[in-house]
Design a protein around this ligand. Structure first.
Ligand code: PRP
Length: 207
């Protein structure tokens, strides 16, 4: 269940973001804005409960989200993406997953996980700007499922077809959202045309 979110504001931000001349502070801000612009599409089917709603004049009926939302940024690059989601869903809890892709094997290596005690019954949104081989995303979903998560979705900024195929094959029911579907991966597992290493560009750790 893969969906690309087309929007002129997202496309404009992403085009400026891809430019290697975009410095880290601007890069973080643009990632954050893209994330916020994606929130309505990523959350459009969340269930609500009908509840009584007081107004200054009378009682009517309103709606409240039926389930708690847990946002899960994949460290490090997921952090700026998280900020954009938290801007619009400030009541969400946050679970962190630390995964670093081994540059030789391209396999994810896990180094951290901290989540609320209960994941079952919550809406889990995994956040990582980049879906390349899909290894990190598959590992993140596995870890969350092992910890009890049942209702999950995955949101990224730039996806490679290879990553979408791998993640969809591993979890056919998982909704996957991206702001852009790029062409392919290169021999080093980088997305083309892509934007380089999102974590390094975000935090100024590149060469
Ligand atoms: C990048 C990116 C994803 C992952 C995607 O992170 O932010 O998490 O690689 O690659 P994959 O789909 O092939 O697994 P990286 O491991 O470089 O860590 P970082 O965010 O700390 O830079």
């Amino acid at each position: 269940m893969f969906q690309t979110i087309h929007h002129p504001l997202i496309a404009d931000e992403l085009t400026r973001l891809r430019d290697p001349a975009c410095p880290s502070p601007e890069f973080r801000q643009r990632v954050r804005r893209i994330a916020s612009l994606m929130v309505p599409a990523v959350t459009t089917d969340l269930e609500t409960d009908v509840v009584p709603c007081n107004t200054p004049l009378e009682i009517t009926s309103g709606e409240k989200l039926a389930r708690n939302i847990i946002l899960v940024p994949v460290l490090r690059a997921g952090l700026a993406f998280l900020d954009g989601f938290l801007d619009l869903i400030p009541q969400a809890s946050v679970a962190h997953i630390g995964l670093a892709r081994n540059e030789k094997t391209l396999l994810p290596e896990s180094y951290y996980m901290k989540h609320p005690p209960t994941l079952t019954g919550c809406e889990i949104i995994i956040l990582d700007p980049m879906l390349a081989t899909g290894g990190s995303a598959v590992e993140a979903v596995r870890k969350l499922r092992d910890a009890g998560a049942r209702s999950l979705r995955f949101a990224c900024m730039v996806a490679a077809p290879e990553g979408v195929a791998t993640l969809s094959a591993a979890f056919p029911e998982l909704p996957i959202f991206a702001a852009a579907l790029d062409r392919c991966l290169n021999e080093r597992g980088f997305i083309l045309p892509g934007l380089g290493d999102a974590g390094d560009r975000m935090f100024g750790t590149g060469i």
